[in-house]
Design a protein around this ligand. Sequence first.
Ligand SMILES: Nc1nc2c(ncn2[C@H]2C[C@H](O)[C@@H](COP(=O)(O)OP(=O)(O)OP(=O)(O)O)O2)c(=O)[nH]1
Length: 199
Amino acid sequence: MAADLILASGSEIRRRMLESAGLTLEIESPRVDEESIRAAVALEGASPRETADTLAEVKAAKVAGRRPEARVLGCDQVLDIDREGLAKPSTRDEAAAQLRRLRGKTHRLLSAAVLFEGAEPVWRHVGVARLTMRPVSDAFIEAYLDRNWPGVATSVGAYKIEEEGARLFAHVQGDLFTIQGLPLFALLNFLTDRGTIPG
Ligand SMILES: Nc1nc2c(ncn2[C@H]2C[C@H](O)[C@@H](COP(=O)(O)OP(=O)(O)OP(=O)(O)O)O2)c(=O)[nH]1
C-alpha cells in the first residue's frame, strides 16, 4: 500500500504532526543548499513569505523529480521579525541573541508547504502565526537555554511552543501546528476535499 505522501523534510516535528493526524508517510530528505537559495532570493528582494514558499517548492521539487509517481510535500518555515527573515540559530549564543531580539516584540512565523503530484506543484499554502514574546530578562534567557539547549536548536525561533517555550509568550495568534512548522489544517482540508484521504 503506497504511503499517503512522501515528506521531503528532515523535520521530526513535521513527521510527528502528519502521522499523529493519521497520514502514512515516506520520508526523503531533499538535501538542498538552503543557504545559497536563501541568499539568491534575498538578492531578488524576496519577502520572508516568498522565501519560505520558494524553499518549500525547491525541496518538494527535488524529491518529486526522483519520485514523479508520488505525492511529495515540501515545507519551510521562516521567522519574520521587523520584515527580516531569520533561520534556525546554529549556536547557543546565537539562540540567546535571537531571543533577546524577539523579547517584548511580536514576530511572525511563516510556515510554507508545497505539494507535488506527477512532478508538478498542485497545491501551496503559507500559514502565518503572530507571537508576542514577553520581555524576558537576560537571566531568564540563560536559564531557559540551560534547560532547553540544544533541544531547541531544531526550531527556527529557538523555542518549542509545546514545551517550555510556552512560557516565553504573552499571547499568540494562529494555530499551534503552523507555529510548529506546518499549515496542517489547510493541507488536510485540501487532501480531504479532493478525496485523497477519507473525510
Ligand atoms: N517542536 C517544535 N518545532 C518547531 C517549533 N517552531 C519551529 N519548529 C521547527 C519546525 C521545523 O523543523 C523547523 C523550521 O526549520 P525548517 O523549515 O528549515 O525545517 P527543518 O530544517 O527542520 O527541516 P527541512 O528543511 O524541512 O528538512 O523549526 C516549535 O514550537 N516546536
